[in-house]
Design a protein around this ligand. Structure first.
Ligand code: DQA
Length: 144
């Protein structure tokens, strides 16, 4: 196993910082990546942070995480969380542990966010802590 943790982000997360800041906060994805890299260095890990608005990219990157023998995947699949059987199946198809993260807590929001195809396949879920959700997921990944 390598020391690399893949951090995969789905649709609209490129707009963090300006996108509904009352829900998602003011941190940009670059801010989150920077903080993760700092903590990863302390933990002896390295971060491979990516974002795509396209479902198939997330599927390909999940496969790649296993091929590269990644330590873990931290996955915020955005809206694909609630719709994507393909992302669900990709998580089930790899041995690399996947940690589902969300900035918001989908369970306190609209009904359509209460189903998570990612959560049904992931090792665990961290949601509702804003950018801290990613840090907490990294702490978990460091213990795998
Ligand atoms: C989100 C929650 C999802 O319901 C939403 O579609 C997102 C962001 C979060 O991080 O809180 O895009 O994954």
């Amino acid at each position: 196993m390598t020391d690399t943790v893949y951090v995969l982000n789905g649709p609209n997360l490129n707009l963090l910082g300006t996108r509904e800041p009352e829900i998602y906060g003011h941190d940009t994805l670059d801010d989150i990546a920077g903080a993760l890299e700092d903590r990863a260095r302390e933990l002896g890990l390295s971060i491979d942070m990516r974002q795509s608005n396209h479902e198939g990219h997330l599927v390909d990157w999940l496969h790649e995480a296993q091929a590269h023998d990644a330590r873990a995947v931290i996955l915020n699949a955005g809206a694909f969380t609630h719709t994507s059987v393909a992302v669900h199946d990709a998580i089930k198809s790899i041995r690399t542990p996947v940690i589902e993260v969300h900035l918001s807590n989908p369970h306190t929001r609209e009904e359509f966010r209460h189903t998570s195809f990612v959560g049904r396949a992931a090792k665990g879920t961290i949601a509702g802590f804003g950018a801290l959700s990613y840090q907490l997921a990294l702490e978990a990944a460091a213990r795998f």
